[in-house]
Design a protein. Structure first.
Length: 218
């Protein structure tokens, strides 16, 4: 079932500069063949030699552009559910030869439809920790019950995006200046009220503005 779902989603998003390219598949053998990226996934991307501040800011923008695509995709508004911790999220992304990010694992991208009042829940287990959005945490004092867990929407991706960018920035020279320019944007991403968080499009514009400002300051 997971294989068929993953294959269906990969097909659904072809072609896209934000999704790994499908080369071929064999349903009888449960095989999906995609474009090879020698750099692997994004877990260790900040250790690359080209990883200066400018590059790291472009990674923040790249990730925001990827979210903007998913939240406005031809197949509806999609949420990155397989992203309950930073390493898990980064492992879903491959690094191209041009050092850009593409989504590789697409079997957990449920659809949100605000007009139809359709929201999502990421899995059937209780989520914990500060990386996931507050609305993804069990809100009651009683033991976790899956069918009692409230659902949520794409703004969970925005909450996590700030943490992803902070990770990308790391501690390279002038990263403190970048954090200063991004402070208000990231603070709004971490608003406890999902409706007050920016959209993916606003996030993209915020990163573009910060990059322009830093280009003039540095």
């Amino acid at each position: 079932m997971t294989f068929k779902c993953g294959l269906h989603m990969v097909k659904l998003f072809q072609p896209s500069p934000f999704v790994v390219q499908l080369v071929g598949f064999c349903e009888a053998e449960n095989v999906i063949l995609t474009e090879y990226h020698k750099n692997g996934n994004a877990v260790n991307i900040t250790q690359m030699s080209a990883c200066n501040l400018k590059f790291r800011l472009k990674l923040c923008l790249n990730y925001a552009l990827l979210l903007e695509y998913l939240h406005n995709s031809p197949s509806g508004m999609r949420v990155m559910c397989d992203s309950n911790d930073l390493v898990k999220l980064l492992s879903q992304l491959l690094v191209t030869d041009h050092l850009t990010l593409v989504l590789n694992d697409l079997d957990a991208l449920p659809e949100v439809d605000h007009k139809q009042k359709i929201s999502v829940k990421c899995g059937h287990q209780q989520l914990t920790g500060t990386f996931v959005a507050p609305e993804q945490l069990w809100p009651f004092s009683s033991p976790f019950i899956d069918n009692k867990m409230p659902s949520y929407d794409e703004k969970t991706d925005i909450w996590k995006a700030a943490s992803v960018c902070e990770h990308f920035l790391g501690d390279v020279p002038n990263s403190d200046m970048a954090r200063y320019h991004l402070f208000s944007l990231h603070k709004s991403c971490k608003n406890a009220n999902p409706e007050r968080r920016p959209t993916a499009n606003q996030l993209v514009k915020g990163y573009m503005k910060a990059i322009e400002e830093l280009d003039s300051d540095l």
